[in-house]
Ligand binder design. Structure first.
Ligand code: LLP
Length: 433
């Protein structure tokens, strides 16, 4: 739950606003964003990693209002599509504080990024180097870049398999020599200025050891570049991926502990390698946005289903589903939920919260104990939906994507309004024949 969430009588209150009142005014489903929580997490990373640059990974969730908070609170921003870039700029983020990712950036996309004055482009392939150099030359400018390398660390939450994870689309392999070759080519390209190396090892990672292994490998390459090419690169980005608690079983690290661990490994390695500590950056998305949002739903139907062995599972259908949270279906993600508008003393039943889409995999919360008298009209809140839920939301079954409503100090403000059927029909131009 976000930090301002608490029970007040029957009501669950976030940002000083009773969720029942919010639902009555704005309808459900709705994403409720605790502004104080989001900004405290952003500032928490900024301060824990003081001296580093903290890029908020906009892919987790961005809208112009959030981009404005990021700018006001002194963070940088990581964009990986033209749309994210547009929203960030519209929200007032300084282009010099934006970095741009992607494994298949097109020429028009690169022209836009370079002409917008984006601070850094993260180069992801040998193909892209020539493409970007041509664009920069054409526009008469020099584009700062980082080269994204594959550190060969596979992060499975707690488990790190060395030298694995070469078999995926991102980055340039250190072991194959592609990363070194990319560095040579960028250094030789007149339109490009190589600022450093970039590594991102994965997502929902719970301890620092994966980052330590990656940092060691990337720093070894950094030192080799200094020794063989005579260039000590001024920067290094160690990516995002800091995990959050979706259920009480998850145990995320404190940003201050992560920062201390990462700082110490980098300083130790740099000393051992005889290179200066570069300007370091990280790119957290989920750890800032995730815990600050809960999704509000209204229960529509309740159906007890007898399982093999005689147990009963109560299917509780809500007015949203996989179109506003695909993570359960896609990643088998775990969520919890709670009743938001009344208290009940009824004996708990094993419930599964499902959506209203036309497929059986449309599950929001796989298993939760809800009061046995859960009934149509009840308001349910699912916490931890701030990252990759609205940003991966779809119009499946022509569902209307829910609004994002910021709450703070007892006031609710719509940041993103609910879609309408006119929004959907705006792109459906009909059969023009
Ligand atoms: N930097 C890079 C280069 C990334 O690719 C990502 C995430 C991040 C930073 C931010 O990672 P975070 O701190 O948010 O874990 N849709 C998936 C997550 C995909 C992550 C993609 N890249 C999910 O819902 O879990």
């Amino acid at each position: 739950w976000s930090r301002t969430a608490h029970k007040r009588g029957d009501d669950l209150v976030v940002g000083g606003v009773a969720l029942a009142d919010l639902a009555a005014e704005h309808m459900t489903p709705a994403y409720v964003l605790d502004e104080e929580d989001f900004r405290a997490r952003a500032v928490g990373f900024r301060d824990a990693f003081a001296g580093w640059q903290v890029y908020y990974a906009a892919k987790a969730f961005v809208c112009t209002g959030v981009a404005r908070w990021i700018a006001e609170d002194g963070l940088h921003l990581d964009a990986c599509s033209s749309g994210e870039l547009t929203v960030a700029l519209r929200g007032g983020v300084d282009p010099a504080r934006i970095e741009y990712h992607g494994n298949n950036k097109t020429v028009p996309e690169l022209r836009r990024v370079v002409s917008a004055g984006v601070g850094k482009v993260i180069v992801d392939s040998l193909t892209e180097i020539d493409r970007l150099a041509d664009v920069a030359r054409d526009l008469g400018t020099v584009q700062p870049v980082l080269v994204r390398v594959t550190a060969g660390v596979e992060a499975h939450t707690h488990e790190y398999i060395a030298t694995a994870h070469e078999d995926q689309k991102f980055g340039l392999s250190i072991t194959s020599g592609d990363a070194f070759e990319a560095v040579r080519r960028v250094l030789a390209a007149p339109g490009l200025e190589l600022r450093g190396l970039h590594s991102h090892i994965g997502s929902q990672i719970f301890d620092a050891s994966g980052f330590e292994v990656a940092a060691r490998r990337v720093l070894a390459l950094h030192a080799r570049i200094a020794a063989e090419l005579g260039v000590e690169l001024p920067e290094m980005n160690l990516g995002g991926g800091f995990g959050i608690a979706y259920t009480t079983q998850d145990d995320p690290a404190d940003p201050a502990d992560l920062a201390a661990a990462m700082r110490s490994i980098v300083e130790h390695e740099c000393r051992a390698l005889g290179v200066a500590v570069p300007q370091l950056s990280i790119e957290p998305g989920r750890a800032i946005a995730g815990p600050s949002v809960c999704t509000l739903y209204t229960v529509g139907t309740v159906k007890p289903v007898r399982l093999d062995g005689g147990a009963v599972r109560t299917y509780v259908s809500v007015d949203g589903g996989m179109s506003d949270n695909i993570r359960t279906a896609l990643y088998d993600a775990d969520y919890s939920c709670t009743m938001a508008d009344r208290r009940s003393e009824a004996e708990p039943v094993l419930a599964r919260v499902v959506g209203k889409h036309c497929e059986a995999g449309d599950v929001v919360v796989k298993d939760e104990f809800l009061p046995g008298d859960v009934r149509p009209g009840d308001l349910l809140a699912v916490p931890g939906t701030g990252a990759y839920c609205r940003s991966m939301a779809s119009n499946y079954n022509h569902a209307l994507r829910p609004p994002v409503i910021a709450v703070r100090d007892g006031v609710a403000r719509v940041l993103v309004r609910r879609e309408t059927e006119d929004d959907l029909l705006a792109t459906d131009v009909g059969d023009q024949e």
